[in-house]
Ligand binder design. Structure first.
Ligand code: SF4
Length: 344
């Protein structure tokens, strides 16, 4: 069996924070909490959740841009945690990132040629001619004209800037792209173009994607599997169609209910989330979702508030962290028709 492109085991990333009026109290903010997952070669794994759920921190920790607090990260057959910096630098060339705000991610003082060739200069790859030829080739691949090389980021639209960001990510011929909200800042009409471009590039270059987004509709469009994060933990993971059409976790149900629907059903309204995300510094005990869960009171509130549910497989390739997922699924059976989110 082929080894996955990425495998994490019990990955934790926490940060020391100071609290109180005079910042006298020390606490730990656990942004990524014991996450175990795999991403297969050539696959797109979508990662969804509200802002602050830890999905971007997970992406940065995978790349070792944040040093993991504990746990393991395997990428392309190699253990990254504790790897010597020089070796890590070489491995990291094969894992690149696409950012949410394309303009902020491009240096406004550099022209497109300088932006695209910079990674090759840093890693001392090829001659100047080779770098230029590669930049021209990739501009064509992402659908920009060759004369873009001499222009500056501010001369392009948001969608074109994101194409430049994608071309730059491809310059070192990566095996994997971590796409962190790559279309969230773009007009709806441009989002589909960028998503289609990412799909075409994956087919052409055999790329593996981690696609991070707060938008489950967009994530379903591009992902084969989806993982759902809440307060740093993975609470559900499975095939995209199963996650969206028949979610097992009340939080996933609520995320799907949050997709705008011009004719919301009663079930759709019931599933909507109430309350704010608790602070990751003061994590609720037991199931972290219990203060917002519409089932906690009717099932066994004490168990929900005291015992932390573990991720367990309920169906082949579909796991959920909820004590009562079977009962919730049975209750939800007549209402499994969720509005299918569409990418405009
Ligand atoms: Fe809700 Fe309890 Fe399941 Fe948590 S374990 S999602 S609180 S029913």
């Amino acid at each position: 069996m082929t080894e996955p492109m990425v495998a994490t085991f019990d990955l934790v990333k926490s940060f020391a924070v100071r609290r109180g009026f005079f910042a006298q109290r020390k606490s730990r903010l656990v942004a990524v909490d014991r996450v175990t997952l795999t991403i297969n070669v050539g696959e797109t794994l979508g990662l969804v959740g509200e802002s602050g759920c830890g999905k971007s921190t997970l992406g940065l920790t995978l790349m070792q841009l944040y040093e993991p607090t504990s746990g393991q990260v395997r990428f392309d057959g190699k253990d990254l945690v504790g790897m010597p910096p020089a070796q890590l630098n070489k491995v990291r060339r094969k894992m690149q990132m696409i950012y949410q705000d394309p303009y902020a991610s491009l240096d406004p003082r550099m022209n497109v040629e300088e932006i695209l060739t910079e990674p090759l200069v840093i890693h001392e790859v090829g001659s100047r001619q080779d770098r230029l030829a590669e930049a021209q080739r990739l501009l064509d691949v992402v659908g920009l004209p060759g004369d873009a090389l001499g222009r500056f980021p501010s001369e392009f639209s948001g969608g074109q800037q994101q194409r430049i960001g994608i071309a730059r990510a491809l310059m070192l011929q990566p095996k994997m792209l971590i796409c962190d909200e790559p279309v969230s800042s773009l007009d709806v009409s441009v989002q589909a173009q960028i998503l289609n471009l990412l799909r075409d590039l994956q087919a052409e270059f055999g790329l593996t994607y981690l696609f991070i987004s707060h938008n489950i509709a967009v994530t379903r469009f591009i992902s084969r599997r989806i993982g759902v994060m809440y307060l740093g933990r993975l609470v559900e993971i499975g095939p995209s169609a199963a996650i969206v059409d028949n979610p097992l976790h009340p939080y996933t149900q609520a995320l799907i209910a949050a997709v705008p629907d011009p004719h919301p059903s009663d079930i759709h309204r019931q599933r909507k989330l109430s309350g704010d995300v608790p602070s990751p510094i003061d994590r609720p005990t037991g199931c972290a979702f219990h203060p917002r869960c519409r089932f906690a009171a009717s099932f066994d509130e004490e168990r929900c508030s005291r015992v932390e549910p573990q991720l367990r497989a309920l169906r082949p390739d579909h796991a959920v962290a909820c004590h009562f997922a079977e009962r919730i699924t049975a209750q939800s059976a007549p209402a499994t028709h969720n509005p299918t989110p569409k990418v405009a």
